[in-house]
Design a protein around this ligand. Structure first.
Ligand SMILES: Cc1cc2nc3c(=O)[nH]c(=O)nc-3n(C[C@H](O)[C@H](O)[C@H](O)COP(=O)(O)OP(=O)(O)OC[C@H]3O[C@@H](n4cnc5c(N)ncnc54)[C@H](O)[C@@H]3O)c2cc1C
Length: 578
């Protein structure tokens, strides 16, 4: 079985020793009352739910998958009951608006809860994350009536959310979508069109589904400026807010996928379905971005959860599997062989997974902290950082999560390739995180094209200054300085060269995103070493930091060299030669 246990000690270290959250929370009136005990209780309960309710359904959910029958979708055995437990625990309203029965907890804490839920059962957690995303969108852009009607239902998990953007011919390029909406003159609209790949578009875990649908109004401007956003419930709410008449929408089929088989992905047909405008006409994409930005960090955390789950399996396996002898001479002479842990290359693999995952967790929390400061303290610097780092969190965490899953599979040898141990499932389940919520190439383009070029690299430079001013242990100072200089140099070079080379941003964006990610992880490893306690846990942090600086950070040298090439390296081969 894919056993999962929450890395509680690391959670506590990051919250209380690295980020000292109580100090920053005291400055935010909404969080001033949180005590360490409340935080510990939330994490302990979440960890219990993840380990005891969600993880046991992970492999069975993958084996059984979802079933489509005459438009109805049946989730794997046990999912309904497990979802009900998550819902009744209030987990979907954790960071929700307290005015509408949300719990108003910091996003920072939400990041850790999400990691546990993604890590323990990705297929199941998808029913929750879309619900949280829909509630954030309605809370930000909905009318007071829409908030009062939908938020309590979504926070309590009585109803779930779904996000309907993609059409068969319109994925990344939403501007060419065809789904249309027509005003009925009574404040409502009728939506007609077909969406594909809709996560949780139809299922049996809750009594109603709130679809947030992008569509075009007659005469709307062409492209992405002419898209509006609508709330389209599966059952139209009655005057007292209960599910009433069935709306004209339905699941045409579900996809048969490589992974996340417990998550139902539907083709959704809207046949004159009643919808309610959310936000202003033709401003739908901007409203949807509220949901997508939340989902992007969340999907990054999906990668992180997968990395942690993969590490837990691989570390146990490597300790127990006896194979070969240590290059230092037999370590376990009474046994026929030593454990895999004696082999330097196996240790390299385990340390790679561990250092990427632990730094990834610190990074996700850093982004979560910026979102809290931006929202509750109206901190403009935090807002700029959150915008810069959201595409990095989505892509870097999910790319490294996939790398970690494959590396863990390698630790298992042939046993990683067969189903029994479950590691191949981690690889299949995390792969989608690199694709949905905007493929990772699009995240990289967003980072370079929108965030870095638009402000001439100023936000990156401000971040470098902030890191330079922080406490760094002596043994890492020089190497971190060198990495930060490289980041500054490369940023300036891209900004300078992009003016004369229109294809440059797209040609180097993925390498740049990686360069930024690996450099930030170096800072976070140095900071974690600085904050580490004087015990075994702290000693391991130092040793991991040293591994990261010695073996992972040097990748940034190669990335700099590749970014220095101009776009002709990728553009000169003619289309006809592909
Ligand atoms: C399991 C699953 C669940 C999903 N859930 C949802 C959901 O709930 N709601 C929803 O609306 N959608 C959902 N999607 C759709 C998903 O978000 C899209 O598949 C994704 O955004 C990519 O769009 P596409 O598949 O059309 O690929 P395309 O847009 O055709 O892109 C193909 C490739 O080309 C690259 N590319 C495209 N345009 C550019 C460009 N301008 N510059 C550089 N590179 C480019 C992309 O990076 C990608 O690598 C889901 C998909 C899957 C498979």
């Amino acid at each position: 079985m894919l056993e999962y246990r929450a890395p509680e000690r690391d959670f506590e270290f990051l919250l209380f020793e690295l980020y000292r959250v109580q100090e920053s929370w005291r400055a935010i009136s909404a969080f001033a009352d949180f005590s360490d005990d409340i935080v510990r209780a939330v994490l302990a309960e979440g960890g219990k739910l993840a380990a005891e309710v969600m993880a046991p359904l992970n492999q069975s959910g993958d084996d059984e998958g979802c079933r489509w029958e005459d438009g109805e979708v049946h989730t794997p055995s046990g999912f309904r009951e497990a979802f009900a437990q998550i819902a009744s625990g209030g987990w979907m309203g954790l960071s929700g608006n307290p005015e509408f029965a949300g719990q108003g907890l910091p996003k920072l804490l939400g990041c850790l809860v999400e990691e546990m839920f993604w890590g323990s059962n990705t297929g199941l957690y998808l029913y929750c994350t879309l619900t949280v995303g829909a509630s954030i969108c309605i809370d930000t852009h909905g009318s007071p009536e829409q908030k009062a009607l939908y938020l309590p239902k979504l926070y309590s998990g009585t109803w779930t959310g779904a996000m309907s953007l993609t059409e068969s011919h319109a994925g990344t390029d939403l501007g060419i979508m065809r789904t249309r909406a027509e005003a009925q003159g009574d404040g409502t609209y009728r939506l007609t069109g077909t969406k594909i790949f809709i996560t949780s578009g139809e299922h049996d875990v809750a009594e109603n589904i709130v679809h947030l649908v992008l569509a075009k109004l007659p005469g709307a401007p062409s492209g992405s400026r002419g898209i509006s956003l609508f709330i389209v419930p599966k059952y139209l709410p009655t005057a007292d807010g209960e599910p009433g008449e069935r709306n004209k929408l339905g699941s045409g089929s579900i996809e048969h996928k490589m992974g996340i088989k417990g998550s139902a992905t539907s083709v959704m047909n809207f046949d004159g379905a009643v919808g309610y405008l959310i936000g202003e006409e033709n401003q739908g994409l901007a409203c949807m971005f509220t949901m997508m930005n939340y989902e992007r960090l969340s999907v990054g955390i999906q990668g992180l959860g997968a990395g942690e789950l993969a590490y837990q399996q691989a570390a146990v396996y490597a300790r127990e599997r006896l194979q070969g002898r240590s290059p230092l001479g037999p370590q376990n002479p009474d046994a026929p062989a030593d454990s895999l842990l004696v082999h330097p290359d196996v240790r390299r693999m385990l340390l790679t997974i561990r250092t990427l995952t632990e730094a990834g967790r610190a990074f996700a929390l850093f982004v979560g902290m910026q979102l809290d400061l931006a929202k509750y303290a109206k901190d403009a610097e935090a807002q700029a950082l959150a915008e810069l780092l959201t595409p990095v969190a989505k892509a870097f965490l999910s790319d490294r999560g996939f790398d970690c899953a494959v590396t863990a599979q390698q630790v298992f040898g042939g046993h990683g390739y067969v189903k029994e141990w479950g590691v191949e499932q981690i690889v299949r389940d995390v792969r989608i995180a690199q694709i949905y919520e905007g493929a990772n190439g699009i995240q990289a383009l967003d980072l370079v094209g929108r965030k870095v070029l638009r402000d001439g690299g100023n936000t990156v430079r401000a971040l470098v200054d902030r890191i330079t001013g922080s406490e760094i242990p002596l043994q890492f100072q020089e190497r971190l300085r060198e990495a930060l200089d490289r980041l500054t140099r490369v940023t300036t070079s891209i900004v300078d060269r992009a003016a004369d080379d229109p294809a440059l941003a797209g040609a180097v964006s993925t390498d740049y995103l990686d360069l930024l990610g690996y450099t930030l992880y170096a800072w976070l490893w140095a900071a974690m070493a600085e904050a580490a306690p004087d015990d075994d846990f702290g000693a391991a942090k130092w040793q991991c930091a040293e591994f990261y600086f010695a073996r992972i950070l040097p990748k940034t040298r190669g990335l700099e060299t590749s970014i220095e090439a101009d776009s002709s390296a990728v553009m000169q081969l003619p289309d006809s030669a592909f």
